[in-house]
Design a binder for this molecule. Structure first.
Ligand code: ADP
Ligand code: MG
Ligand code: ZN
Length: 475
């Protein structure tokens, strides 16, 4: 029997506010443990939380960017459970009345674009962090992270493969980073994902029992964990066994998921509206003001790049993966309006160099002006495409302008016809055998003569001119 995977993701994104969600403590990452805490985020008795308005604004931005309906009235709820990193004994989250619902994002699949539904987006606070001693049976707790603002984005179970899940995750992250409300850093945990995976016989409707996967801190790990889980569940079902509903942890070292605990049900948490916080009432005027601040988002930008510049979808996807990179590309095309040529250089040499140096486009030493100037030099025949690679390298190392590099290093193409003709005559005289061969019809020897000219000019002769001269001379 064929089985079809069904996948739904729960994503937690840390909002880039400077202070926490219910107190004034800083959200800075990596500070001295327990230095960024106060009575509120430590859960002392008698203190009162006060909602950070910026968090609501950021969450609303994400809701608008993913076509969610924003609730005119929503509420915080207490999710009760015990854990040493949760000093209050409950997490403030949203439950029955979340901020936003019924959204969608578009992903690219082999079969074309596909809509993935978003069930809900709600706001909540993060818990603290346990630090386990590797050598002693001891654990420490750092409360700096308690009260850090998060949004949780819950998807519909609309994905059917690990690739679709990765594509969904990527677009969510791109949107958050475009909106400048989350840094998207999976290693530091400011963008995290739990994956729910089940299988059902292909062609049937009802969903199978799901396992929830946690502890995946990279895109690669999310994809691998889902693939492992699909294989594991398929083996169970083929063996006539049942999948148990449970939470499983991804072990990146062993490449397996392992059972952590049986899955809790929401009634286990005894949710109830938080009596310390007033309901959130958002008026349409505020939503409209927020809407006006939204930038062009990755998917519309990608479509525009394809339409406006006539570049392939793949190129448009790479170039719009960050706002800064997209701006860089557009600035180059303004100055040198051959989009595909620009795209090739940006996606090729430029991104390769940046990747080697682990640099972002923001730290790129080659300005769009310099790249465009270099492309103009190629187009005008001043340098060849091959020499341009050397020029690019030098621009990247020094930040110098291409014209001055070409002048300083004497890289300009030799296009002096008289000079080249003289050189060709000399080469023919030095190689009578090859010249006779060519005249007798071995036209492949053209390459030999071109090669000799390039040797003498250190690759700087204008190739089409050289070809023409040799053909003329050998008749
Ligand atoms: P929780 O994990 O908190 O109990 P939810 O009901 O919000 O809660 O569901 C979590 C995620 O699981 C959602 O993204 C949903 O799409 C997904 N999901 C629900 N049922 C299944 C299923 N049978 N197979 C795969 N994913 C599922
Ligand atoms: Mg869950
Ligand atoms: Zn605090």
């Amino acid at each position: 029997m064929e089985y079809e995977p069904v996948i739904g993701l729960e994503v937690h994104a840390q909002m880039l506010t400077s202070s926490k969600i219910f107190c004034g403590c800083s959200t800075q990452f990596g500070a001295e443990p327990n230095s960024l805490t106060c009575q509120v985020c430590l859960g002392m008795p008698g203190v009162l939380p006060v909602l950070n308005k910026k968090v609501v604004e950021y969450a609303t931005k994400m809701a608008l960017a993913t076509d969610c309906a924003i609730a005119p009235y929503s509420q915080f709820a207490r999710k009760n459970y015990f854990y040493p990193d949760l000093p209050k004994g409950y997490q403030i989250s949203q439950y029955e009345l979340p901020l936003a619902e019924h959204g969608r994002v578009e992903i690219d699949t082999d079969a074309g674009p596909k809509q993935i539904g978003i069930t809900r987006i709600h706001m909540e606070e993060d818990a603290g962090k346990l630090v386990h001693d590797d050598y002693n049976p001891k654990s420490y707790v750092d409360f700096n992270r308690t009260g850090t603002p998060l949004i949780e984005i819950v998807s519909e179970p609309d994905m059917r493969s690990s690739e679709e899940a990765a594509a969904y995750l990527k677009i969510l992250r791109d949107i958050l980073v475009y909106l400048e409300i989350c840094d998207g850093n999976m290693q530091e945990g400011s963008f995290r994902c739990d994956a729910n995976v089940s299988l059902r016989p292909a062609g049937t409707e009802p969903f199978g029992t799901r396992a929830e996967l946690k502890n995946m801190n990279s895109f690669r790990n999310v994809q691998r964990a889902i693939e492992y889980e699909i294989r594991r569940q398929r083996a169970l079902l083929e063996d006539g066994q049942e999948v148990v509903q449970e939470t499983r942890l991804w072990d990146a070292a062993k490449n397996v998921t392992v059972s952590m605990r049986s899955k809790e049900e929401s009634h286990d948490y005894r949710y109830f509206p938080d009596p310390d916080l007033v309901p959130i009432v958002i008026d349409q005027a505020w939503i409209s003001r927020i809407e006006q601040t939204l930038p062009e988002l990755p998917t519309p930008k990608k479509k525009r790049f394809v339409d406006q510049y006539g570049i392939p979808v793949y190129d448009a996807g790479v170039l719009t993966s960050s706002r800064t990179l997209a701006d860089y590309f557009e600035r180059c095309v303004d100055l040198f309006p051959e989009a595909k040529t620009v795209s090739n250089w940006v996606m090729g040499e430029l991104l390769r160099e940046l990747k080697n140096d682990e640099r972002e486009i923001e730290q790129c030493p080659v300005t769009p002006e310099n790249l465009a100037e270099m492309l103009t030099l190629i187009k005008n025949g001043v340098i060849s495409g091959k020499i341009a690679k050397t020029v690019f390298e030098e621009m990247y190392q020094t930040g110098d302008a291409p014209k001055s590099i070409v002048a300083k290093k004497g890289l300009a193409q030799v296009s002096d016809e008289g000079h080249l003709a003289q050189m060709v005559e000399q080469i023919i005289a030095e190689h009578p055998k090859e010249a006779t061969g060519y005249k007798a019809g071995k036209t492949k020897l053209l390459g030999f003569f071109v090669g000799e000219v390039m040797k003498k000019t250190k690759g700087q002769a204008n190739p089409s001119l050289v070809n023409q001269i040799i053909k003329d001379k050998l008749g």
